[in-house]
Every structure is written in structure tokens, then in C-alpha cells.
Write a protein that binds this ligand. Structure first.
Ligand SMILES: Nc1ncnc2c1ncn2[C@@H]1O[C@H](COP(=O)(O)OP(=O)(O)OP(=O)(O)O)[C@@H](O)[C@H]1O
Ligand SMILES: [Mg+2]
Length: 183
């Protein structure tokens, strides 16, 4: 049986500019846009995964489906953990955007704390999520935003076929170079 988020995910997937998106600080330059708001509950993670997979497939970017799903999963899991740790009632927000050559997955939450890329640390638990995001994306980063309870957004960018092997990955928080979410 399909999870209840399936219909919402399919409805939100849109072709160019057919729908207004709440709390989207930067829509410009992304002809393909999707937005999903999720309560900060563990059940949001499978919804985010499915949503990312479906919209990317809807946009005929099937080669990115699995990667988009994994990144959405890790970023959403972190956002939910951070939201719940401060007792916030605000939702977690997921954006998927693409111009066909670049696909951006962004998750917003209400925690003021930034993501911290932890180094690989043997058998220590945790710290693998952002390492995975870093490995799968061409670059990732975060920035502060202030809209309707959402205080920051963590994003990861996929280029064409997915992960870059060129060594250009950057993941120490804010990235150098052009920010796909300017100002
Ligand atoms: N959205 C976020 N808001 C606040 N802090 C975050 C956020 N995302 C990540 N962090 C911080 O960055 C750390 C590293 O995240 P990462 O996903 O790599 O590991 P983890 O979530 O601790 O463990 P796991 O291996 O299960 O993902 C987290 O422990 C948390 O302190
Ligand atoms: Mg994590």
C-alpha cells in the first residue's frame, strides 16, 4: 500500500512555475520546483524519500532517483532530530529543484544550530549522514533563512548524473563559490 504522502508528493511535483511555493527564498533559475511540508515526526522520513524519488522521476531524471532519495532521507532525518531536540512545533520543509543539469535538494528546519560535518571516527556512532551526503553530491552547504519558523536550510546539489568524482565536493558548512540559494 502506498504511504499517505504519496498523493501529496505527486501533486506537488510541478512543471515550470505552475504552483506557488511557501517559504521558498530562491525560486529564480530553477524551472523545475517542488515543495513539501512535513511534520517533524519520524514518519516524515519515508515521505521525504518517496517525494524526492517521485519528483525526480517525474522530471525524467531517473538516474538521480536513488541518490536524491538517499540525500533527502539524510537531510530530513537530521532536520527532524534537530527540530525535536529544541521542542519546536514548526514543520520541516523539503524543496527539490532542478534545471536539468543541476538538481538541488534542500531541507529547512527551525533549529538555530548549523549542521556539523563530523570526521569518520571508527566505530563511533553517528556522523555518517553528512559524509554520505558529501559523497553523493557535487557540493552541499547550509544557510540561515528566516521565514515562518524556518531558520536554516541545508542543501545538496547533484550535477547531471549525480556524484562528482572530481574532488570538488565541499561540505564544511557554507561552501565556496556560487551559492545556489543566494541571499
Ligand atoms: N539540520 C540540522 N540542524 C542542526 N544540526 C544538524 C543538522 N544536521 C546535522 N546536524 C549536526 O551535524 C551532526 C552530523 O550530522 P550527520 O548526519 O553527519 O550525523 P548524525 O545525524 O549525528 O548521525 P547519522 O550517522 O545517524 O546521520 C549532527 O550530529 C548534528 O549535530
Ligand atoms: Mg544524520
Amino acid at each position: 500500500m502506498r504511504p499517505p504522502c504519496h498523493l501529496a508528493a505527486a501533486r506537488e511535483a510541478s512543471r515550470p512555475d505552475s504552483r506557488e511555493h511557501a517559504v521558498s527564498p530562491s525560486r529564480q533559475g530553477w524551472p523545475l520546483q517542488s515543495y513539501l511540508e512535513l511534520a517533524a515526526l519520524p514518519s516524515a522520513v519515508p515521505c521525504a524519500r518517496l517525494h524526492a524519488r517521485l519528483v525526480v522521476a517525474e522530471w525524467d531524471l531517473d538516474a538521480l532517483s536513488e541518490t536524491a532519495e538517499l540525500i533527502a532521507s539524510e537531510l530530513t532525518t537530521n532536520a527532524i532530530t534537530a527540530t525535536r531536540s529544541i521542542g519546536s512545533v514548526y514543520p520541516v520543509r523539503l524543496w527539490v529543484q532542478s534545471d536539468y543539469s543541476r538538481t538541488l535538494i534542500t531541507v529547512g528546519d527551525s533549529s538555530p544550530d548549523p549542521p556539523r560535518r563530523l570526521g569518520p571516527a571508527g566505530d563511533t556512532e553517528g556522523g555518517r549522514g553528512l559524509l554520505l551526503v558529501e559523497a553523493l553530491s557535487s557540493r552541499w552547504g547550509w544557510h540561515a533563512i528566516h521565514q515562518r519558523g524556518t531558520t536554516k536550510a541545508v542543501w545538496a546539489e547533484l550535477r547531471d548524473g549525480g556524484a562528482s568524482m572530481s574532488g570538488t565536493t565541499q561540505g564544511s558548512g557554507r561552501v565556496a563559490g556560487e551559492d545556489p540559494w543566494p541571499g
